[in-house]
Design a binder for this molecule. Structure first.
Ligand code: UDX
Ligand code: ADP
Length: 493
């Protein structure tokens, strides 16, 4: 079968490949926006239109002031500046973009379901399904549909079923082309990817569609870094890659708890094991817990899939990665409460950082909101400073969490009204105001600027004893100890 597929691709090379000149992407979010901006930058001969039903989002992408782009990513505004209105367009006219495109990327959100069958586990595919139905309705000629959103295995075949049911004389090829960019480094990941993965059906039309997409990426990605597979391998590889990465973080976080008990130092352990080339040094940074829109969602997807196919032991194995992450966030919050003499009621705790990692304004699944929620249950006063996250976003995260508390160590607790949250949580534009008169500081995101603060000054203006809980191990423990801080680092006694 493999041999057959290889032969077919070779044969197709001699055929005139369809030259792609028009691409559209449905969904102008953290994945669709940067990915399309880079495709447009690298392929000036292709018209790229990014559409979204969210008018405000599109208006922000079109804002003359590039500092107002809806997502923050280092290097993104420079790329948008080059390509926008040259061959990169942002629009709300979804139908028009579908009609004109040869390749349509689907890059809409696929959150974990919060209702019905698969609640809390399966991906909610309603947005993907709506896209498929819209494409089916509007398309008048052959289209290549590319799933970019993280989706469960076998979604491509669901999309295909919807598209096939149109009764039109139009051929739809559905490809899986998972995104491996990490937020905060999205532009450099897109410029220089480790690999591009494209899955498609292994018949002649499928292989032809794969080659069309290969041709697009090949404008800047060497051919040997573009992997082609069948659809399901591609879909499953995305879930597996994220599960492996998350598992590394949970593994080192599990060890961090043991380090604190034994006197070992988790950074020394991570360095020592990471030097083994079979293990490797990346993704061994112990932290307050991983966040972001992908890790947890993808593992839950994997777990759901395993249970669906009656593989409960495999499901349980991966579930433990999420459990350990919940444990780490809970352990951090509990440590703050215990250290502050078993109560934080009425105490000012300053959060430095709210985003789920540095160099992004994305807060989805950020550890910060879970830690904040636990402290709020104990009636802490939380003051937040994050260089890129807006006040509205922080309130929206906490409000959402009130009715969506899930996790292994999460107690249901009181549901707070937004007005009550606003009384207890203040958002600052300046770290020095945020930390003034604080009982404790908690570092939740590893923003570089935190390292360069005038920590003596911060210490002077805090209540004593001045506690610092560094959930990212970015501060210099010895220096801050000398200044007078009572300091806690993850995984260090
Ligand atoms: C991830 C994958 O890396 C990317 O390939 C995929 O396309 C989407 O999901 P992302 O979630 O954007 O990307 O960021 P990533 O850098 O993977 O970090 C995820 C979380 O793990 C963050 O909260 C980060 O702070 C945390 N993390 C990461 C650690 O706590 N320690 C580490 O060593 C690495
Ligand atoms: P991701 O991180 O996967 O990019 P985001 O939530 O940042 O996810 O972006 C997804 C975008 O997709 C949102 O801006 C949302 O408005 C858009 N979207 C969802 N469904 C549709 C649809 N049917 N048509 C157009 N845009 C859609």
């Amino acid at each position: 079968m493999e041999f057959f597929a290889v032969k077919k691709i070779k044969h197709l090379k001699y055929k005139q490949m369809k030259k792609i000149t028009n691409i559209c992407c449905i969904g102008a979010g953290y994945v669709g926006g940067p990915t399309m901006a880079v495709i447009a930058e690298k392929c000036p001969h292709i018209k790229v239109t990014v559409v979204d039903m969210n008018e405000k989002r599109i208006a922000d992408w079109n804002d003359a002031n590039l500092d107002k782009l809806p997502i923050y990513e280092p290097g993104l505004k420079e790329v948008v500046e080059v390509a926008r209105n040259r061959n990169l367009f942002f629009s709300t006219d979804v139908d028009d973009a579908i009609r004109n495109a040869e390749i349509i990327f689907i890059s809409v959100n696929t959150p974990t379901k919060t209702y019905g069958v698969g609640k809390g586990m399966a991906a909610d595919l309603k947005f993907v399904e709506l896209c498929a139905r819209q494409i089916a309705k509007v398309a008048e000629n052959d289209k290549i549909i590319v799933e970019k959103s993280t989706i469960p295995v076998r979604t491509a075949s669901a999309i295909h079923t919807i598209l096939k049911a149109t009764g039109k004389d139009v051929d739809f090829q559905v490809l899986s082309n998972p995104e491996f960019l990490a937020e905060g480094t999205a532009v450099s990941d897109l410029h220089n990817p480790d690999r591009i993965l494209i899955g498609g059906s292994q018949d002649e039309k499928g292989l032809e569609a794969i080659e069309c997409l290969v041709g697009v990426y090949n404008n800047w990605v060497p051919r040997d870094r573009i992997i082609t597979t069948n659809v399901w391998s591609s879909e499953l590889s995305k879930l597996t890659a994220n599960a492996f990465l998350a598992q590394r973080v949970s593994s080192i976080n599990a060890i961090s708890a043991l380090c604190e008990k034994t006197g070992a130092n988790v950074e020394e352990v991570a360095n020592a094991i990471g030097r083994d080339s079979r293990i490797g040094a990346k993704f061994l940074k112990s932290s307050v817990g991983f966040g972001g829109s992908c890790f947890q969602k993808d593992i839950l997807n994997l777990v759901y899939l395993c249970n669906y196919f009656n593989l409960p032991d495999v499901a349980e194995y991966w579930m433990q990665v999420v459990k350990m992450n919940d444990y780490q966030k809970h352990r951090f919050a509990k440590n703050i409460i215990n250290t502050l003499f078993n109560t934080v009621s009425g105490k000012k705790i300053t959060f430095l950082g709210w985003a789920f990692k540095k160099d992004t304004n994305d807060t989805r699944e950020t550890a910060a909101m879970y830690v904040a929620d636990e402290l709020l249950q104990d009636k802490a006063e939380i003051h937040v400073y994050d260089p890129k996250v807006s006040e509205e976003q922080i309130y929206a995260d906490l409000e959402y969490l009130q009715t969506h508390r899930v996790g292994h160590f999460v107690e249901q607790g009181d549901v707070m009204e937004l007005s009550e949250i606003k009384k207890l949580v203040k958002v600052h534009k300046n770290p020095y105001d945020a930390t003034k008169n604080a009982h404790a500081i908690a570092i939740l995101t590893e923003w570089n600027e935190f390292k360069a603060y005038d920590w003596e000054n911060i210490y002077k203006n805090m209540l004593k004893p001045a506690f610092l809980f560094d959930g990212r191990n970015i501060t210099d423990k010895n220096n801050l100890n000398e200044i007078g801080f009572e300091i806690y680092h993850i995984g260090k006694a």
